[in-house]
Design a protein around this ligand. Structure first.
Ligand code: FAD
Length: 295
């Protein structure tokens, strides 16, 4: 595909502050570029509108992982390789690590960023379901300051977000949980590697004294945005034993919480069926857990 290079201007700031000052001076005129793994595909396809881009990639202050007793905070430039290599993420946030492991191939994992995955706002992206289940929060930063907001609700419609034109995603915060947590992440695509999801499922459950205290389920690829499934979560979380879980699972359809479509990757019918099957796998993980309290 041919494109006119002169239509694109890439500006490289010395600091986040400088990048934000440029964006404040011309709101909406500068588009962030992080790893470029989504933007370059659009460019090559002739689908990237010309204009100015602000090159975030060299800004090391956006590529940090800070661990405190309460949370893990990841800079927006954290790559999939960074995620996979981090011991606390491996231990406590395995669904995010699994999403990173299943994203693209090594080149994409070395270059693609979490901030880019969120900013790109694809409903079929692989890290958002895990981030939703882990109650991630986002720091959006502009020249005026920063604001933290829950990731849940950030995507307001197909490819729509709460990000203002003068803001960047600066960091993501994951609250840590000390108690027992079960995790189940599944990506279903046309093949094992280098494939965009047809359906992506993340589910986790917190246990205390052998009882479920909360269940979280998020799906990608089945609606205009990634979605949480509160109705199903509520039904499953009320189960007090494996037998009760089986009974709850029989009532816990995802169907009202999805709005899948037919597109080039799959059909709505297939996506519905697969999502329900993945829910069944999650329920099996919960049911087979040996730590249920004896009645
Ligand atoms: C071969 C290939 C395979 C892929 N496989 C997968 C896959 O399996 N799963 C998957 O989910 N994705 C996949 N992707 C898509 C892509 O790699 C990811 O979405 C990646 O996380 C994008 O990050 P990036 O830093 O490269 O984003 P960029 O391309 O730099 O930016 C993407 C979008 O986000 C915006 N943006 C970037 N950073 C910020 C920020 N800090 N603040 C605000 N806006 C920002 C940009 O303006 C742009 O709109 C694949 C891409 C390719 C080319």
């Amino acid at each position: 595909m041919r494109f006119d290079v002169a239509a694109y201007k890439l500006r490289t700031p010395q600091s986040v502050q400088e990048a934000l000052a440029w964006m404040a001076a011309e709101p909406g005129a500068l588009r962030p570029l992080a790893g470029g793994t989504d933007l370059m595909v659009l460019l090559a396809a002739g689908k990237l509108p010309g204009g100015q881009f602000v090159n975030l990639w060299p800004l090391r202050e956006l590529r940090t992982i800070e661990v405190t007793s309460d949370s893990v905070t990841l800079g927006a430039l954290t790559t999939y390789s960074d995620v996979q290599a981090h011991p606390v993420l491996q231990q406590e946030f395995p669904m995010l690590v699994e999403a990173a492991r299943q994203t693209g191939g090594w080149a994409i994992q070395n270059r693609g960023t979490l901030g880019g995955n969120i900013g790109n706002a694809s409903p079929a992206a692989d890290s958002p379901p895990a981030l939703l289940c882990y109650d991630a929060e986002l720091e959006l930063r502009s020249a005026q300051g920063s604001r933290w907001l829950p990731y849940h609700g950030f995507h307001t419609g197909y490819r729509q977000t709460l990000l203002r034109p003068d803001e960047i995603i600066a960091r993501l915060r994951l609250p840590r949980r000390r108690g027992q947590r079960l995790h189940c992440y599944r990506k279903v695509g046309p093949r094992q590697a280098q494939a965009i999801s047809k359906v992506c499922f993340a589910g986790c459950a917190d246990l205390e004294d052998g009882r479920l205290v909360s269940v979280r389920i998020a799906l990608g690829g089945v609606a205009p945005t990634v979605v949480r499934c509160p109705e199903t979560e509520h039904i499953l979380a009320a189960a007090t034993s494996p037998a009760a879980l089986d009974e709850a699972a029989a009532r816990a359809s995802l169907s009202r919480q999805m709005a899948p479509i037919d597109d080039i990757r799959s059909t709505a019918r297939y996506r519905r069926r697969v999502a329900e099957n993945l829910l069944g796998q999650f329920v099996a993980v919960l049911r087979l857990h040996p730590g249920w309290a004896t009645p």
